[in-house]
Design a protein around this ligand. Structure first.
Ligand code: SF4
Length: 151
């Protein structure tokens, strides 16, 4: 299961397949990480530095974090994509094809000026989470999305 949680400054990714239930996250930042609550990750209660530090201590890599840097990522199901915007400017997208058996991610691209900021990961996670929440099977031919799926 792939989930992405965002506030104004950071985006936290969680891949449940990699979680070894060490308990480290909810020991370090219990206001943010609480397995007895839905959603179990809530940003905006603890400080972002505390959350960042906690994520970095996840022993399995199930949690990761990037700065949002003013770029918004949204899902646009009418266009079969997730899209990244800096204001009104489209700076990245992750496109999928709808088939009888599920969604196939075939293209992920971020403007060169915006590379290295974790935007591609946010784009792919947004598609994965949307598909998973709708019980849609998702696969990929795009090499970047394949890498995220296999992380
Ligand atoms: S620290 Fe990482 S591995 Fe441990 S419970 Fe939290 S998410 Fe799972």
């Amino acid at each position: 299961m792939h989930r992405i949680y965002e506030n104004n400054e950071i985006a936290v990714f969680w891949n449940s397949d990699n979680c070894i239930h060490s308990g480290k996250c909810f020991q370090e930042s219990p206001k943010t990480f609480n397995p007895g609550r839905k959603p179990w990750i809530q940003l905006g209660v603890a400080s972002n530095p505390e959350i960042w530090k906690t994520v970095e201590q996840c022993p399995s890599g199930a949690l990761t974090v990037v700065s949002r840097l003013g770029v918004d990522v949204v899902v646009e199901t009418d266009k079969c994509r997730s899209a990244a915007y800096d204001g009104n400017r489209l700076v990245g997208e992750c496109d999928y094809r709808v088939t009888e058996t599920g969604w196939i991610i075939y293209h992920t691209e971020v403007d060169l000026d915006y590379g290295g900021r974790g935007i591609a990961k946010r784009l792919v996670y947004t598609v994965l989470e949307t598909a998973e929440r709708n019980d849609v099977v998702v696969s990929a031919t795009c090499s970047y999305a394949v890498k995220i799926l296999n992380e």
